[in-house]
Design a protein around this ligand. Structure first.
Ligand SMILES: [Zn+2]
Length: 178
């Protein structure tokens, strides 16, 4: 097996780890996005989207994984690291990624509307003025990542409809007035 084939196999393996994190988010009623950071073929940090759980709009999976990796390594420079994430990072996360300087970013599902790694804009390949550029790959386990997200939003819409039905079943203000 040549190096490229080997790398593709690894990418799939580690993206499955990121998908496991995304499922944790799903279980917690969060938009299902997960991330892992890998160094020397080992997962050193994990993160899942916890915006609702932590009541923190910055608690994206990538942000939490980056913070955990820096803490584990005792260094803000994530040299030699690869970040795997199930959806293309947003501008906030892409900005944080550039500051932490991992070698590579691999994402599953591209986001042409709001992605900041080539979908909408590309902050990972803006050197200069930003002082780091990351190699980027995408499309690894794309279908699985999409199914998870689509399923989550379908479920959320269903729940909203049910809620509305219950609300409509409630007595109106006229019923309550004697
Ligand atoms: Zn983000």
């Amino acid at each position: 097996m040549d190096d490229t084939a080997m790398e593709l196999m690894d990418d799939e393996y580690f993206m499955h780890q990121a998908l496991r994190e995304a499922r944790k988010a799903y279980q917690a009623n969060e938009v299902p996005i997960g991330a892992v950071i890998v160094k020397e073929q080992r997962v050193i940090a994990r993160g899942w989207n916890q915006v609702e759980t932590l009541k923190d709009a910055t608690a994206h999976a990538e942000m939490l994984a980056l913070t955990a990796a820096q803490s584990i390594l005792g260094d803000w420079r994530l040299e030699g690291c690869t970040l795997y994430v199930t959806k293309e990072p947003c501008p906030m996360c892409a900005g944080a990624i550039v500051h932490c300087r991992p070698d590579r970013v691999v994402f599953a599902l591209p986001d042409p509307k709001a992605g900041a790694c080539g979908g909408w804009i590309n902050l990972l390949d803006s050197n200069p003025p930003l002082n780091h550029a990351c190699a980027t790959s995408y499309g690894v386990c794309e279908d699985e990542a999409r199914e998870l997200l689509v399923g989550f939003f379908r479920e959320a819409r269903k729940k909203r409809k049910e809620k509305l039905k219950i609300l409509k079943g409630l007595p109106t203000q006229d019923d309550l007035t004697p």
